[in-house]
Design a protein around this ligand. Structure first.
Ligand code: 6AU
Length: 262
């Protein structure tokens, strides 16, 4: 059987069993975009302005709501309006890491009420499978999806070997999991989506251990599905609209090259 990474996003969207994954693939195809913006800005106004400008070029807006100094429920309303206006999904990069009972409370409640508005979130499986079960109890009824952090992009990261392999086993077994954060396609057991951070066309890293690879390496060679780009788009001196279109085009061209190789 051909690898899922050799099929079109459109075909994968038609065949997927998770409605959110179907929606994501359909969005990618409609917008010809496998680009997710990592919007690591620290005020409500900056986040809304950036999402509005870059929205036309992305399939997923990735947020860290706990870095927003003036977070309030109106931000969520505005982000949802922008998601509808520009046709993208929202991924809150919460990286849950506690026992099932605690993450249920963190995901569904608190100030942020993440499960009410984020289509996608992610977790570390360091506590064992209970974390996925806890998150699924809150997220499944709302048609949300979960990504497991099978690998990380930073220098010296510890998610390797057996740990990564256990992530893959847990993902295959749980219908709430739609994919991974990692650098490559991990399994053909079912169609799990890989989203890859640490993508940059120019820089090789930052002063705090981040490491960058190109869309060509990640999508065309490694078989990952979505590139996550932050400072490459909105960093100092950058024009976010021009950079977003550059990364969208580079990500999509790498996907088309991958299909040609199939
Ligand atoms: O492009 P950057 O370096 O400005 O931003 C990368 C974004 C940040 C990180 O929190 C996130 O990607 N990230 C993640 C995610 C998405 O879970 C995992 C990882 O291993 N490395 C990483 O940078 O918002």
């Amino acid at each position: 059987m051909a690898s899922y990474s050799q099929k079109t996003y459109a075909a994968r969207g038609r065949e997927h069993t998770h409605p959110l994954a179907c929606e994501l693939f359909a969005t990618m195809e409609r917008k010809q975009s496998n680009l997710s913006l990592a919007a690591d800005v620290t005020t409500k106004a900056e986040l809304i302005a950036l999402a509005d400008r870059v929205g036309p070029f992305i399939c997923v807006l990735k947020t860290h709501v706990d870095i927003i100094s003036d977070f309030d429920s109106d931000l969520v309303v505005q982000l949802q309006a922008l998601a509808a206006k520009h046709d993208f999904l929202i991924f809150e990069d919460r990286k849950f890491a506690d026992i099932g009972n605690t993450v249920k409370l963190q995901y569904g409640g608190g100030i942020y009420r993440i499960a009410d508005w984020a289509h996608i979130t992610n977790c570390h499986v360091i506590p064992g499978e209970g974390i996925i079960q806890g998150l699924a109890e809150v997220g499944m009824p709302k048609n949300r999806g979960l990504l497991l952090l099978a690998e990380m992009s930073s220098k010296g990261m510890l998610a390797t070997g057996e740990y990564t392999a256990r992530n893959v086993e847990m993902a295959v077994d749980n219908p709430f999991v739609i994919g991974f954060i990692g650098s490559r396609r991990f399994t053909e057991a079912r169609d799990l989506i890989t989203m890859t951070p640490g993508v940059g066309l120019h820089a090789s890293g930052d002063a705090l251990g981040q490491q960058y690879r190109t869309p060509e390496t990640i999508v065309a060679e490694n078989g990952s599905d979505i590139i996550i780009v932050g400072r490459g788009i909105y960093g100092p001196g950058k024009d976010p609209v021009a950079e977003a279109e550059r990364y969208r085009a580079a990500g999509w061209a790498a996907y088309e090259r991958r299909l040609q190789r199939a």
